[in-house]
Design a protein around this ligand. Structure first.
Ligand code: AOF
Ligand code: ZN
Length: 343
């Protein structure tokens, strides 16, 4: 009972950290030998100490003979920071309770190290909840490719632009603020070359007054027309890093991003790129902003999927419907996501 309660506390701590690539959100609690809380910690973002290291620092010598609760298996590697399994052993922790194993092939193995050093290890409690804390990160590490969110904003009749090509602004301020908040949590914002050549988007994360956020995701432009993107295109500004991927193969593009530690891709169109991803089964979530407006003509949000009969419709499972100002946001998944864990 106490194990479950303490693990829930580690989840609450983890949720205080930023949700942003490439690192997971992790929380840890240390109890001293008398089972009193001696220290707590959570991970504050890439390059900062891990949750266990924070909790150990807070506990100091009180950790000796104590228990460490942590939402994710302690790491076993020297990455941006030293291995936590070793730090727990050196601090004299005698019992470690973790909610889920680490799917990261570079970092995992902490539980074996702890057991080898005589530390009692309890695992598997609340594993689903722990993975849900880092849905996209877990997906990326388990499958080897980033989690892909496809976002679009359209009129109720599914148009993303008018017949003359104009497209600003279909949705209102609240919907646009929501888009920026979602961009901010991703490792990369991706569009096709068509979108850059016709819309010249900046693809940066900005506040309500246009001010740039401190952390900017990688801007990715994919497609064979990359060489046509002008040097003064807004996506090439120095406001954020940019990667041009002159390929039409979405799986290859995602593999390239996975190699750069991108765990969550926010795909913002256009219709050709979205269709290419969907055809390959590479879209994990759809976030649609629907404005109460009608155009009747103009480009649609999604290109040809090769579907000719209603039986082949791509059916989605809706997970959330929310009104934002006058617009409606629908979140849906193409299929249920239960990637098998290999560890
Ligand atoms: C975190 N925070 O609290 C824990 C993590 O690149 P590094 O050195 O920061 O290592 C990142 C990996 O360490 C991460 O992918 C995960 O496997 C493991 N544990 N990571 O960012 C933490 N405990
Ligand atoms: Zn660690």
């Amino acid at each position: 009972m106490r194990d479950v309660l303490m693990l829930r506390r580690t989840f609450a701590l983890a949720a205080q950290g930023p949700q942003a690539d490439p690192n997971p959100r992790v929380g840890a609690v240390i109890l001293d030998a008398q089972a009193h809380v001696a220290g707590e910690g959570f991970h504050g973002g890439a390059g900062t100490p891990h949750a266990e290291a924070q909790a150990l620092a807070a506990a100091g010598p009180a950790a000796r003979g104590g228990t460490c609760y942590v939402s994710l298996e302690p790491c076993n590697h020297t990455g941006r920071t030293p291995p936590c399994a070793q730090a727990l052993i050196e601090a004299g922790i005698v019992r470690v309770v973790v909610a889920s194993r680490d799917p990261n092939p570079i970092a995992r193995g902490g539980l074996e190290t702890l057991r080898r050093h005589g530390v009692e290890v309890v695992e598997g409690l609340l594993a689903q909840e722990s993975r849900a804390l880092n849905r996209e990160w877990s997906h990326a590490l388990i499958t080897g490719r980033p989690f892909v969110t496809w976002k679009f904003a359209s009129t109720l009749d599914g148009r993303v632009a008018a017949a003359d090509g104009t497209s600003r602004w279909i949705t209102g301020d609240a919907a646009r603020a929501d888009v920026h908040a979602r961009r901010a949590r991703c490792g990369a914002v991706m569009v096709g070359t068509g979108t850059v050549l016709t819309d010249d988007p900046a693809l940066t994360v900005r506040g309500p007054d246009g001010e740039l956020a401190q952390r900017q995701p990688l801007r990715v432009v994919m497609g064979q027309r990359c060489p046509q993107i002008r040097a003064d295109a807004r996506v090439r500004s120095d406001e954020a890093p940019t990667l041009l991927l002159p390929t039409r193969d979405p799986a290859a593009a995602l593999a390239e991003l996975a190699a750069r530690e991108v765990r969550h891709v926010f795909c913002e169109g256009g219709p050709t790129l979205a269709a290419a991803l969907l055809r390959e089964g590479l879209i994990d979530e759809v976030v649609a902003y629907l404005a109460p407006a009608l155009l009747g003509a103009g480009a649609g949000s999604l290109g040809d999927l090769g579907i000719t009969t209603i039986e082949d419709t791509v059916r989605l499972i809706p997970t959330d419907v929310t009104q934002l100002g006058r617009d409606i946001r629908v979140i849906a998944t193409p299929r249920r996501h239960t990637p098998k864990e290999s560890c």
